[in-house]
Design a protein around this ligand. Structure first.
Ligand SMILES: Nc1ncnc2c1ncn2[C@@H]1O[C@H](COP(=O)(O)OP(=O)(O)OP(=O)(O)O)[C@@H](O)[C@H]1O
Length: 328
């Protein structure tokens, strides 16, 4: 893990979607975290908990019915209040690159990978003429996209190669911050391994990486720190070694997510997450939690538990011991 000052510093970020009929979706609530150069933070949680909305907020890609609050400073620039011309001209692709959730739909179907890479090189680097082709080929190489497939169209690529093509496009601008949204979804184990290895190489080369995933096994392989989201809030932030090893997660939801893995006890968490337009008062996990008491009618703050440096948990009844010895 790195000790450099954060590259991205998010404080109290909330996103609300205003729907017709006066309904409001609380997609992200009070999220705070830092990300340093050369560090990977994995943002994990069940589908619909707000992970992708958080990424869209950082990229200035929220739809018109969204309202944000808080700050998200990228090397001093507040991404939440920056003008669209600044985000489009200096941030997206240049200072933050997105490896998208569905690479196939991110690629233009009627053009070869080479032509899309070359266009991105011209747009993001200003290179012209003879320098464009080798720059596109270098980006492909860095994403382990095979040179002999560069003249193919997206429909001629496997899922894994489409993923690499999208990664190559993301790498063209040499952005110091990468956001990878579900980079391993739909890939077989072998490709998950390769994708994770490639992402980690970028981190080790100094990139900050925010990986959004519900694949905890992939998160374990790539992340330095883990942030667990539930119903739009971060409920636990921990170093990956502490989280996946001993003492393990402290929040009952985070612990349940880990225990649901086939290689652990393979026990799913009972119940369903709440609808984000009808959140219960108090702790949103309480209806599914076997530790819930009257105290949980008050939303718990994300605070550092005693004796656990580098960790923050939002629970009135956080676990304190290793999973093997934890009290019921
Ligand atoms: N434009 C929108 N208008 C209203 N609600 C939205 C909009 N976009 C997203 N949401 C809602 O925001 C919530 C969070 O969605 P988000 O896509 O961030 O979840 P996620 O954790 O990334 O899940 P997944 O892994 O399935 O993508 C969901 O309840 C979703 O329905």
């Amino acid at each position: 893990m790195t000790t450099e000052p954060p590259r991205l510093s998010v404080r109290d970020l909330s996103v609300r979607f205003h729907l017709s009929g006066g309904r409001t979706v609380a997609a992200v609530t009070g999220v705070s975290f830092d990300l340093a150069p050369g560090e990977c933070l994995a943002l994990v949680g069940e589908s619909g908990c707000g992970k992708s909305v958080l990424a869209s907020a950082l990229l200035g890609l929220l739809p018109g019915n969204a309202r944000t609050r808080g700050t998200a400073l990228l090397d001093g620039l507040d991404l939440l209040t920056a003008r669209e011309s600044v985000l489009a001209g200096t941030v997206r692709g240049r200072r933050i690159a997105l490896i998208p959730q569905s690479p196939a739909s991110h690629l233009t179907p009627v053009r070869t990978v080479r032509s899309q890479l070359e266009e991105t090189v011209r747009e993001l680097t200003g290179l012209r003429g003879a320098g464009v082709r080798p720059a596109a080929e270098r980006a492909a190489e860095r994403a382990a996209f095979p040179a002999d497939h560069l003249d193919r169209h997206p429909h001629q690529l496997s899922g894994g190669l489409a993923q690499r093509a999208a990664t190559a496009l993301a790498l063209v601008g040499d952005a110091p911050l990468l956001i990878a949204d579900e980079p391993t979804t739909g890939l077989d184990r072998d490709l998950v391994d390769r994708t994770v290895g490639e992402l980690r190489r970028h981190v080790d080369a100094g990139c900050g990486l925010l990986v959004i995933t519900h694949d905890l096994a992939a998160a374990e392989r790539v992340a330095d720190r883990v942030a667990v989201m539930y119903a739009g809030r971060i409920v636990e932030l921990a170093g990956a070694d502490d989280f996946f090893g001993a003492p393990g997660p402290r929040h009952p939801y985070a612990r349940g997510l880990l225990e649901a893995l086939p290689e652990r006890s393979f026990t799913s968490i009972p119940g369903m997450p709440p609808e984000l337009d009808a959140l219960p008062g108090g702790c949103a996990f309480a209806p599914r939690c076997d530790r819930a008491t009257d105290a949980c009618t008050v939303v718990p703050a994300l605070t550092a538990p005693p004796g656990a440096p580098g960790r923050a948990v939002a629970c009135h009844h956080a676990h304190t011991r290793a999973p093997e010895t934890a009290d019921a």
